[in-house]
Every structure is written in C-alpha cells, then in structure tokens.
Design a protein around this ligand. Structure first.
Ligand code: GAR
Length: 187
C-alpha cells in the first residue's frame, strides 16, 4: 500500500527479485491517481489497484475496499509502504498480526504527520525509521525493527529525509523477512 513516490515499494520488489528477500510483491494498492508508486508498479509489471479515498465515504469504506481487493490472493503480509491514510479495524482485524507500517522516526518519538520536521524542530541528534505492526492507535503498534541516522549540522527536511530513506530501503525488506520467520513459526 503506497500513497506517494513509492521508493519503499520498489525496494521491496527489488529485494524479492534479486533474492535477498524470500518474498514476492504480488499487488500494489495506491490511493492517489498518478502517484509515483503507481508509475513504478507499471514499470516493474506489478499489478496495481487504485482505490481513491476521495471516492469512498469513510475510512472504513476505503479499508473494506482494500480488504475486498486483497481477498482470494493468498497474501501473507500487507505492508503500508508510505500509506498516508489512517487505517481502521476493518483492515487491521482482517490482517491481524500481518499488517506492518514504515514510519520515518525512531518511534515512539514523533508519531503522525511530518515526523522528520518534528524531529528537526525537537533538535534531536539521532533520527531514523521504524517498522511496526499496525494497531488502532496511530504509529503505536509493536516495533519490529529500527534504524538510526545522525542529524547533521545544516540538515533540512529534504536532506534528513533522504538519509532516513536510504535506511528505510534496507529496513523494510529486513522487517518483511522477520515477519516471514514469525509467521512461519506460527504456522
Ligand atoms: C517514507 O519515508 C515513509 O516512512 C513515510 O512516507 C515515505 C514514503 O516514501 N511514511 C509515513 O510518513 C507514514 N506515516 P516512498 O513513497 O518513497 O516509499
């Protein structure tokens, strides 16, 4: 699931294709028509569905459409890879323990929107990214993995986001692999 540029989506696809991750991305869902993620899916020949939140009357209705789209596809794990919508129990419960999100902060610090700006404003010297299980409270589910980066003198949101994103592209495939081990253990 992606809303924007889709660089994390592409990192996951490539990790699967190069064999560094034993997983295959079978489906992308985007909510913004023409977003970078949608274009990447086309280039990478991944099936992509547009479920525009503006065409759904509520968050629950959008999530029900997502569940309906994923149904019957033998999907083990759902990844919010830059999904910029709050999700509801309609989706969370359908994929209980199998829905993960990547967030550009060292959670539990700087939840919600503009996490990188929040970190810069707070004056931290370490920033980073987290992959966590999705629960109803925003950005508050069990943390699976994190990576830290330094905040350097003169950093602005663009430079710090770029440094964080380089880590995200490693972290997200690693967290998917961890989830794969967990889910296999659980049978
Ligand atoms: C990523 O940095 C991700 O951590 C962030 O959106 C970016 C998407 O980039 N997610 C959130 O802020 C979720 N609250 P991408 O579209 O290039 O993968």
């Amino acid at each position: 699931m992606a809303s924007g540029a889709g660089s994390n989506f592409e990192a996951l696809v490539l990790a699967g294709r190069t064999g560094s991750l034993q997983a295959e991305v079978v489906q992308l869902i985007v909510n913004n028509p023409g977003c970078g993620a949608q274009q990447r899916a086309q280039r990478l020949a991944i099936n992509c569905s547009l479920l525009d939140h503006r065409q759904h009357p509520s968050r629950e209705a959008l999530d029900a459409a997502i569940v309906a789209q994923l149904e019957g596809q033998d999907i083990d794990l759902v990844v919010m890879a830059g999904w910029m919508r709050i999700v509801t129990p309609v989706l969370i419960d359908a994929y209980a323990g199998r829905l993960i999100n990547i967030h550009p902060s060292l959670l539990p610090s700087f939840k919600g929107l503009d996490a990188v700006v929040q970190a810069l404003r707070a004056g931290v010297t370490l920033a980073g990214c987290s992959v966590h299980l999705v629960s109803e409270a925003v950005d508050a589910g069990e943390i699976l993995m994190q990576a830290a980066v330094p905040v350097l003198p003169g950093d602005d949101p663009t430079s710090l986001s770029a440094r964080i994103q380089r880590q995200e592209h490693q972290l997200l495939p690693a967290a998917v692999a961890l989830m794969g081990e967990r889910l296999a253990l659980q049978g």
